[in-house]
Design a protein around this ligand. Structure first.
Ligand SMILES: NC(=O)c1ccc[n+]([C@@H]2O[C@H](COP(=O)([O-])OP(=O)(O)OC[C@H]3O[C@@H](n4cnc5c(N)ncnc54)[C@H](O)[C@@H]3O)[C@@H](O)[C@H]2O)c1
Ligand SMILES: O=C(O)C(=O)C[C@@H](O)[C@H](O)[C@H](O)COP(=O)(O)O
Ligand SMILES: [Zn+2]
Length: 369
């Protein structure tokens, strides 16, 4: 098992990565569990495979697990489901000093983390990420949120977990499409700041996607280490550093909004497409050698992720996608900064991008091929 620390002074915590951690959840979390009753929020897909080992471990250690099982999918990051989670936690008499366990993918982590952030003005929570995406990205860093009618993650809080247990054994039951979607966020770390890791992904992507034990564990550990480093430098995305983790997301979130936050386009798929668009746009305005944009596209294609928006068959223009982008949380005094590339491994924040030009670029991309 590897342990990666997220160094945030009074809010520091550890991310444990290894196979079989959920079967020993009581040992790992014990110091944080003050009461017999342990509230767990999960979804139906995850519960089918992973509720039992977690409950067994807790029961054997004398705890009484209490489980709320939600509908799987992005639609659960909503006001309605948030209310349900909060009411349930209140009924379970969760106190500020207690810890709620979030057992699932990024949807469960973001939603439960946000419920924990607002419950009695803040209680503790522990991330038990079960999707590749949640293990490499969403369980670390304390961004919690639900979606609003106006867009993605628009209602939320920074609220750090007290512990993250990434059991790589859970990837055995993850559907292939979800594995690919999570892999998009892995490649993102290479593209934004680590050319060597990007090259490793080019060579080893198929091993990760086929769940080769060593390759998958290495991808999780290296991704978590990259995210922990950035979050420690700029926890609340105020210093320009953490915003780099948003590479591909301004485009991606617009596409998720346009496809109704539905299974038509998963978050990781939107990020893959968004990275390709960010790379192509960087090349279009002369920041990035075209060959580097082609390498990003090739890595996305090789993973079986969507790399062409034209193939989505959207009935919209670049202007409509650009309008979605104006809800982005990075908007600052009417300016939307874009995360662009100078090279693979060298992302930067460009505050001089003309949104009309992005809209024209997107219209052309929607019609390409
Ligand atoms: N907070 C952050 O920093 C951050 C970072 C990246 C993404 N996100 C958010 O995370 C969400 C996407 O997360 P996700 O891709 O994990 O989606 P998800 O939570 O919907 O999980 C993907 C699917 O896989 C199922 N699943 C999860 N683990 C499983 C397992 N081990 N076995 C079988 N099925 C399993 C789930 O039930 C779901 O159907 C988005 O809402 C995105 O905005 C947040
Ligand atoms: O942790 C971050 O910071 C990220 O940007 C990670 C992203 O992968 C993630 O999707 C995040 O939720 C997007 O952040 P948002 O602020 O644009 O909602
Ligand atoms: Zn993301």
């Amino acid at each position: 098992m590897a342990v990666i620390d997220v160094d945030l002074a009074g809010r520091s915590y550890a991310v444990h990565v290894g196979r079989g951690l959920l079967a020993d959840v009581a040992d790992h979390c014990g110091a944080l569990l003050r009461k017999t009753r342990v509230p767990i929020v999960t979804d139906a897909n995850v519960a089918a495979f992973w509720r039992e080992p977690v409950e067994d471990s807790l029961r054997s250690a004398g705890y009484e697990p209490r489980v709320l099982v939600l509908e799987p999918g992005e639609a659960s990051k909503s006001w309605r489901v948030l209310e349900r989670v909060v009411d349930w936690l209140l009924a379970e008499e969760v106190e500020r000093g207690d810890h709620v366990l979030a057992l699932g993918g990024g949807v469960i982590g973001d939603l439960t983390g946000f419920a924990a952030a607002i419950l009695k003005r803040g209680c503790g929570f522990i991330q038990l990420p079960t999707s590749l995406l949640a293990q490499v990205d969403s369980s670390v860093g304390g961004k919690t949120a639900i979606n609003a009618r106006a867009g993605k993650n628009l209602v939320g809080a920074f609220h750090q977990p007290a512990l993250v247990l990434a059991d790589t054994g859970t990837l055995d039951t993850l559907p292939d499409r979800e594995m690919r979607a999570g892999y998009a966020e892995v490649v993102k770390y290479g593209v934004l700041g680590d050319a060597d890791f990007f090259a490793w992904c080019e060579a080893n992507g198929p091993r990760v996607l086929s769940r080769d034990e060593d390759a998958a564990r290495y991808a999780v550990e290296r991704s978590v280490a990259a995210k922990a480093r950035i979050v420690a430098q700029d926890e609340r995305e105020t210093g320009g550093r953490r915003a780099l983790l948003n590479l591909g997301h301004t485009f991606g979130h617009a596409l998720e909004a346009e496809t109704g936050f539905s299974d038509r386009l998963l978050h990781g798929e939107a990020v893959a497409l968004g990275m390709v668009l960010a790379a192509r746009y960087s090349a279009r305005i002369g920041h990035l050698p075209p060959n580097d944009a082609e390498r990003v596209t090739a890595a996305v294609d090789a993973a079986g992720l969507p790399g062409e928006i034209a193939a989505l068959g959207l009935d919209c223009s670049g202007d409509i996608l650009a309008a979605h982008m104006l809800h982005d949380k990075k908007m600052d005094a009417g300016v939307l900064p874009f995360i662009l590339l100078r090279a693979i491994g060298d992302a930067f924040l460009d505050r001089n991008v003309a949104i009309d030009d992005v809209a024209a670029f997107l219209t052309a991309q929607l019609q390409a091929h």
